[in-house]
Design a protein around this ligand. Structure first.
Ligand SMILES: O=P(O)(O)OC[C@H]1O[C@H](O)[C@H](O)[C@@H](O)[C@@H]1O
Length: 187
């Protein structure tokens, strides 16, 4: 008797698109990002149904010990001078870590530990990022193309957006005369 090998799910490593049944999609539009950018009036002036980013995810068993896998596709663009970015979050379960893998485009990963200064890592095709436990994270697209990053994180991690309010991340990323500028809030 010959053992047969099942066809695995596939991911296109140039784009992060999954070829699988039951791929889940979550879209985040300009209207959903109230209070995220420093110039909220400029955000409101942009089309509310413009999709800033979307996430495609494989279906995972919803139980402790399992992992989520998903790709975030973040569009290029700016709200006033501030580059497009994800909302960003801590994990509800703070002790849970995550990995990001840059696939295409150029950007910055903002990392903000609960009790230490914020820091950043460059994101590019082939970059690997360990997001430690107790650390909020946000992607910023500083390039001219879509920024796509594959993520793997525990199903039990959850999202905590609220703890970053009202001030958000301490580092913001702006386009200043064509240069990428990392600016620390309140300095
Ligand atoms: O949840 P956001 O901050 O909007 O980021 C969008 C998504 O980015 C990555 O894929 C994360 O691992 C997801 O957990 C997150 O939902």
């Amino acid at each position: 008797m010959t053992a047969s090998s099942g066809l695995p799910v596939r991911v296109d490593l140039l784009t992060g698109h999954f070829d699988a049944i039951n791929v889940q999609h979550k879209s985040t539009c300009m209207r959903d990002l109230q209070g995220v950018f420093s110039d909220d009036a400029a955000r409101k002036a942009l089309p509310e149904d413009f999709e800033v980013y979307h996430v495609e995810m494989l279906a995972s068993p919803q139980q402790e010990g399992e992992l989520h896998t998903g790709t975030t596709h973040l569009m290029p663009g700016k709200v006033a001078d501030e580059f497009f970015m994800t909302r960003g979050h801590f994990h509800q379960r703070r002790e849970q870590a995550e990995f990001y893998f840059g696939l295409r485009g150029e950007g910055i990963l903002l990392l903000q530990p609960e009790n230490a200064p914020a820091y950043t890592e460059q994101v590019f095709a082939g970059s690997v990022h360990h997001i430690p436990s107790f650390t909020a994270h946000r992607l910023v697209n500083t390039g001219h193309d879509v920024l796509s990053a594959l993520a793997v994180w525990p199903v039990i991690a959850g999202h905590d957006y609220q703890s970053l309010q009202p001030d958000g991340f301490r580092i913001r990323v702006f386009d200043r005369d064509g240069k990428v500028s990392l600016e620390v809030a309140g300095v």
